[in-house]
Design a protein around this ligand. Structure first.
Ligand code: ASP
Length: 449
C-alpha cells in the first residue's frame, strides 16, 4: 500500500511525487534550479510544513527541496519497506496480577526508522510487550491501542475516550491499568483522568519515555516495568504518572496525577511532583509507598466515571503590559472559563480589572493560579488580590496552572451553571489541593533516598 498520502506531503510536493509514482523509501532524483539531488524519499510527518521534498542523501544528511512547478522528480529505484516484526508475546504466569497496557502514542510507542532517520509512532502495546519481555515476570499483560498520537495532538475528546476505555477495563476486573503516553502533555492527561475517574478500585498509571524504545539510552523499558509493577501490586488506587526518579536507572517514582509537571525538555527525570510528594517508588522490583496520604486499593470500590470536558476554556498568562482586550476577545468568543496565570501570590495588573469584572458578570468562570508554580495563591495579602476576589475571581490555592486549567475544563464539562462549576472547582477531588505548603527542599527529600 502506498504511504505517500499519509506521509505529510502536501500541495505541489504531493502532486509532483504522485506524478512520478514515488513512494516513501524510494530512491528518487530531484532536479531543481540546475542542481540534481539523489537519495531516499523520507516522510514529512515530523518535519514541518509539507511543501518541500525531503531526501536522505548518501552522506546521511537530509535535504529539503522546495516543490515548485519547475522541479523535476524521477523515480530511480524502488525502496524496500521498513519492516518491524513484533517479537512473540511471552508466556503468561497465572499467579501474577492482571494489568492492561493501553497505548496512546508518543515516544514510548515509537521507533526510529533507521533507513529514513524519522521517528514514527509505530509500536502497538503488544509490540511494547514483546520488546520488553521482562514484563512477563511482573504481570499478566493484556494490551490495547486506544490511539496513536504524539501527545501534543491530544485533545479533550481523547481524554474522554481514554477515560471511558479505562473504565470499561476496570469494570471487567483488572488489577491495574498502565497508559503509555507521549510525555509532552502527559501531565495534562493525568490530571484529566484524575478528575474523570473517581473512587478508583485499582491504580491507573501513565508512563512515557524521553528516548524511543529502540535506542540504547531508552528509558522506555525501565519506566514501563516500574509502571506495570506499581499498577499490579501497589496499595494505592489513584491516577499516577511513573517515570525515572533521577537520571540513573535505579528507581521509578509514581507521582500523583494532579501534582505532576514536565520540567525538563530531555532529562529522564523530567517529571517532578509540585507542591506534593510522589506517591510510590519502584526500586529493585519492590514497590514502596512514599507517603501515608493516599487512596487505598480496594477491588470492591465502584468506579465513578465523569468523562466530560469543556473545550471552551482559555489560559491567559499575565505579563507586564498584557493587553486586557485579550480577555475581552475570549469572552466574545464564547469561552465559559478563563484561567489566569497571575504573578506572585495571585495578581494581575489593575489595567485588566474592567475586563475581568466584565467576564465574571457575563457568567464566565475566572480562576487564578500563580505562574510561580511552587507555593500557594494568597489573594488576601495585597489590595490587588482582594480586588480580584471581590470581582468573583476564584483562587487556585496550591494547584499549578495546568492542573487548574484541566480542572476548569472538567468542571465546565459537568455543568453549564457557573456557580455549580465554581463549587466543583473548589472541591478537592483528586488531591489537587494540599492542606499545607511545604518548602520544596522537603518535597524533594521526603521519603526519597
Ligand atoms: N512529542 C512527544 C509526545 O509527547 C514526546 C514524547 O513522547 O516524549 O508525544
Amino acid at each position: 500500500m502506498s504511504q505517500i498520502e499519509s506521509s505529510g506531503y502536501k500541495g505541489e510536493a504531493l502532486r509532483l511525487l504522485k506524478l512520478a509514482d514515488c513512494d516513501i523509501g524510494d530512491i528518487i532524483k530531484v532536479t531543481s534550479k540546475g542542481k540534481v539531488y539523489e537519495g531516499i524519499l523520507i516522510p514529512r510527518s515530523e518535519l514541518g510544513e509539507g511543501t518541500s521534498i525531503i531526501v536522505k542523501m548518501k552522506s546521511g544528511y537530509n535535504i529539503g527541496i522546495q516543490a515548485t512547478a519547475d522541479v523535476k522528480i524521477e523515480k530511480v529505484g524502488k525502496g524496500t519497506k521498513p519492516a518491524f516484526a513484533s517479537p512473540p508475546i511471552p508466556e503468561q504466569n497465572p499467579a501474577l496480577p492482571h494489568v492492561v497496557i493501553m497505548s496512546t502514542g508518543g515516544t514510548i510507542a515509537s521507533r526510529v526508522d533507521y533507513r529514513t532517520g524519522a521517528v514514527r509512532s509505530a509500536l502497538s502495546a503488544s509490540d511494547l510487550y514483546g520488546v520488553v519481555p521482562e514484563l512477563s515476570d511482573v504481570a499478566q499483560v493484556d494490551t490495547e491501542i486506544v490511539f496513536s498520537l504524539y501527545s501534543e495532538n491530544i485533545t479533550q475528546q481523547h481524554w474522554t475516550e481514554l477515560a471511558v476505555t479505562v473504565a470499561k477495563r476496570i469494570e471487567q476486573g483488572v488489577d491495574g491499568v498502565v497508559i503509555a503516553h507521549g510525555t509532552d502533555t502527559m501531565a495534562y492527561t493525568s490530571a484529566a483522568l484524575s478528575f474523570a475517574l473517581q473512587n478508583l478500585p485499582v491504580p491507573v498509571i501513565l508512563v512515557g519515555a524521553q528516548r524511543s524504545s529502540d535506542r540504547p539510552s531508552s528509558d522506555a523499558a525501565t519506566n514501563l516495568i516500574g509502571a506495570v509493577k506499581a499498577a499490579g501490586e501497589a496499595t494505592f488506587a489513584e491516577v499516577g504518572l511513573a517515570m525515572h526518579e533521577t537520571v540513573s536507572d535505579k528507581a521509578i517514582v509514581v507521582h500523583r496525577g494532579t501534582k505532576v509537571r514536565k520540567c525538563h525538555t530531555s532529562r529522564r527525570d523530567t517529571f517532578k511532583s509540585i507542591n506534593g510528594f510522589p506517591i510510590a517508588k519502584v526500586k529493585d522490583l519492590q514497590v514502596t509507598m512514599q507517603t501515608g496520604q493516599y487512596k487505598r486499593r480496594d477491588p470492591s470500590k465502584k468506579l465513578i466515571l465523569k468523562p466530560d470536558f469543556s473545550d471552551k476554556v482559555a489560559l491567559v498568562k499575565f505579563y507586564p503590559g498584557l493587553d486586557p482586550s485579550i480577555i475581552d476577545f475570549y469572552v466574545d468568543k464564547g469561552m465559559k472559563g478563563i484561567l489566569l496565570e497571575g504573578s506572585g501570590l495571585g495578581h494581575v495588573s489593575k489595567f485588566c480589572f474592567d475586563s475581568i469584572k466584565n467576564a465574571v458578570d457575563k457568567g464566565v468562570v475566572v480562576a487564578l493560579a500563580s505562574q510561580c508554580i511552587w507555593g500557594r495563591v494568597n489573594m488576601n495579602v495585597y489590595d490587588t488580590g482582594r480586588d480580584l476576589l471581590s470581582f468573583g475571581v476564584v483562587p487556585l490555592d496550591d494547584m499549578f496552572p495546568e492542573t487548574g486549567l484541566v480542572k476548569l475544563m472538567w468542571a465546565l464539562g459537568q455543568t453549564s451553571d457557573p456557580q455549580q462549576a465554581v463549587k466543583l472547582f473548589k472541591t478537592n477531588i483528586a488531591g489537587e489541593f494540599s492542606p499545607r505548603t511545604l518548602p520544596q527542599e522537603e518535597n524533594l527529600t521526603e521519603g526519597g533516598q
